[in-house]
Design a protein around this ligand. Structure first.
Ligand SMILES: *[C@@H]1O[C@H](CO)[C@@H](O)[C@H](O)[C@H]1NC(C)=O
Ligand SMILES: *[C@@H]1O[C@H](CO)[C@@H](O)[C@H](O)[C@H]1NC(C)=O
Ligand SMILES: *[C@@H]1O[C@H](CO)[C@@H](O)[C@H](O)[C@H]1NC(C)=O
Ligand SMILES: *[C@@H]1O[C@H](CO)[C@@H](O)[C@H](O)[C@H]1NC(C)=O
Ligand SMILES: *[C@@H]1O[C@H](CO)[C@@H](O)[C@H](O)[C@H]1NC(C)=O
Ligand SMILES: *[C@@H]1O[C@H](CO)[C@@H](O)[C@H](O)[C@H]1NC(C)=O
Length: 453
């Protein structure tokens, strides 16, 4: 899935202060022997970082009020001082819904500069408003082995209803379509059945193929229905399918599939079978690990299916993470446990929904998945070392207490949620190059798809 990421740059500066000629403070300062303890002792203390400074007089304190340091010969540019903290808004644009050619804004402010003294903290209110009208890209990846014939028919029958349903939550949605079966190799196919693998079922179907991309993401629902209707059902021997080959190609072939840069990306894998994993290719003599490149030929077919082994779940997990694609396994109840185990290994990027025998509940599954995405936000940052960021929110509960949390559930589009963010610094880093740092706070939205439908 893709997220809109509006980032914060927190520029943390440990900087100058003005000092009073205060004997008391001087006494506090001069006993400090490190920059760190000097900065922490008092905001009036300055630290002379000039190497040659203390060579003149043994015992001359490096930590002192700046006027004294200068009087003792410390060049003023070499004096490090701490300040009282401050927060400055550098960029604070208004929220922006999703409009063509406009970058949506969901976090406010966007850029701030914070000055922090060691052992101090600053609190800033950050507001989050889920933008309306998020684009949704839904790639429908269908197992088209023989037993899925009725599911295909259901989907054709539901086509327009699907368009209407999706249209109620975003008018920015696109549908794409691909299908998969298995590697066209023995033992996934009976010898002699290459041309019609459904002979055993006393039926006729198309030759076995691995993955075929039928339709690039588009708002044209009529085309989607047509493409699903025109796709060929095929057949293979067992109930294990090469779906993961299809997942990989549909993810990495960005140009052919047409994934939107800023859209939420959902891939729905509809199947009544199980999956082949890395290592299973050996049965058909396929031992090479795949390289996760796009290999679609001019017919949209995966052309290296008989050269590369199936991917492993670890590889799929990394792939989904890096391409921000969310997988929904829409599967039969009898496979639920198996796919839940798979989804667990794929972490938050995959979810399982139960498909009825003829896929008649597919719309509910899609709708739920979409709403689950908008319903949760997590704020994350890359703070390190002694710089610490904590989040507090009532998650939109009227008059509710501020709880220490960086995530809120059940968010509604267009509503504003407040986070009080506490920035603190435990100590002054010894390495001066770390005194000015840039941090990034970003929002991540996730699908938590656990509903049994
Ligand atoms: C001052 O002392 C430091 C080490 O204490 C030494 O590296 C530096 O060369 C000395 N500078 C002069 C000018 O003596
Ligand atoms: C799907 O099956 C259910 C019963 O299992 C039935 O009520 C429904 O009409 C079927 N839908 C389609 C589109 O065939
Ligand atoms: C699906 O294709 C068949 C012929 O292949 C056609 O008769 C039927 O009308 C098509 N259905 C839709 C909904 O396009
Ligand atoms: C300080 O940090 C910078 C960047 O992290 C590093 O290149 C440098 O070597 C460090 N200096 C010391 C004295 O540790
Ligand atoms: C945090 O992320 C921002 C943006 O990606 C980057 O510029 C910055 O260097 C990162 N800060 C740290 C401490 O890693
Ligand atoms: C901020 O962090 C997020 C998540 O790690 C990342 O996707 C985004 O590109 C970062 N922003 C910048 C400006 O580097």
């Amino acid at each position: 899935m893709s997220y809109w990421i509006v980032s914060y740059f927190l520029i943390v500066l440990l900087l100058k202060t003005n000092l009073a000629q205060d004997i008391q403070h001087m006494q506090v300062c001069i006993v400090q022997t490190t920059c760190k303890s000097c900065m922490e002792a008092s905001n009036r203390c300055g630290w002379c970082s000039d190497w040659e400074y203390s060579n003149f007089t043994i015992g001359k304190p490096r930590c002192n009020i700046p006027e004294r340091l200068i009087a003792f010969g410390c060049p003023s540019f070499a004096i490090k001082e701490a300040t009282t903290g401050s927060v400055q808004l550098l960029q604070d644009e208004n929220f922006q819904d999703v409009i063509i050619d406009q970058i949506p804004v969901q976090l406010k402010p966007q850029k701030i500069r914070i000055k922090l003294r060691p052992l101090s903290e600053e609190i800033l209110r950050i507001q989050y408003r889920p933008a309306k009208n998020y684009p949704l890209d839904l790639y429908y990846l269908m197992d088209l082995t023989w037993s899925m014939q009725d599911d295909k028919e259901t989907l054709v029958g539901l086509g327009w209803k699907m368009a209407n349903t999706l249209g109620t939550f975003t008018n920015n949605f696109r549908l794409g379509f691909g299908s998969y079966a298995d590697k066209p190799l023995m033992p996934y196919i009976f010898p002699g059945y290459e041309d019609n693998p459904c002979q055993a079922e006393h039926a006729t179907c198309a030759p076995l193929y691995s993955f075929r991309h039928h339709m690039t993401l588009s708002g044209d629902v009529q085309e989607f229905i047509k493409k699903v209707n025109a796709s060929d059902v095929t057949g293979n021997v067992d109930n294990l399918e090469g779906g993961l080959d299809g997942v990989v190609q549909a993810v990495v072939c960005g140009e052919q599939v047409g994934w939107g840069h800023q859209a939420r990306k959902l891939m729905l894998v509809a199947t009544d079978g199980s999956l082949h994993f890395a290592g299973d290719g050996k049965l058909g003599g396929v031992v090479h690990r795949q390289d996760f490149m796009c290999y679609l030929n001019s017919d949209g077919e995966y052309s290296m299916a008989t050269e590369f082994d199936y991917p492993s779940l670890a590889e799929i997990s990394r792939l989904l993470q890096s391409h921000k694609v969310n997988l929904i396994f829409a599967i039969g109840e009898d496979h639920r446990e198996e796919y839940e185990n798979i989804a667990e290994l794929l972490k938050e990027k995959a979810h399982v929904a139960t498909l009825t025998g003829n896929s008649s509940n597919i719309l509910e599954i899609v709708e739920q998945a979409y709403h689950e995405i908008v319903s949760k936000v997590i704020l994350r940052d890359n703070s390190t070392g002694s710089f610490n960021v904590e989040y507090f929110s009532n998650c939109g509960v009227q008059d509710g207490p501020q709880m220490p949390t960086s995530e809120c559930n059940g968010l509604l589009e267009g509503h504003v949620y407040n986070f009080d963010v506490k920035f603190s610094l435990k100590e002054c880093p010894a390495n001066e190059s770390l005194w000015v740092r840039i941090y990034n706070v970003s929002e991540v939205r996730q699908i938590f798809y656990n509903a049994h439908i």
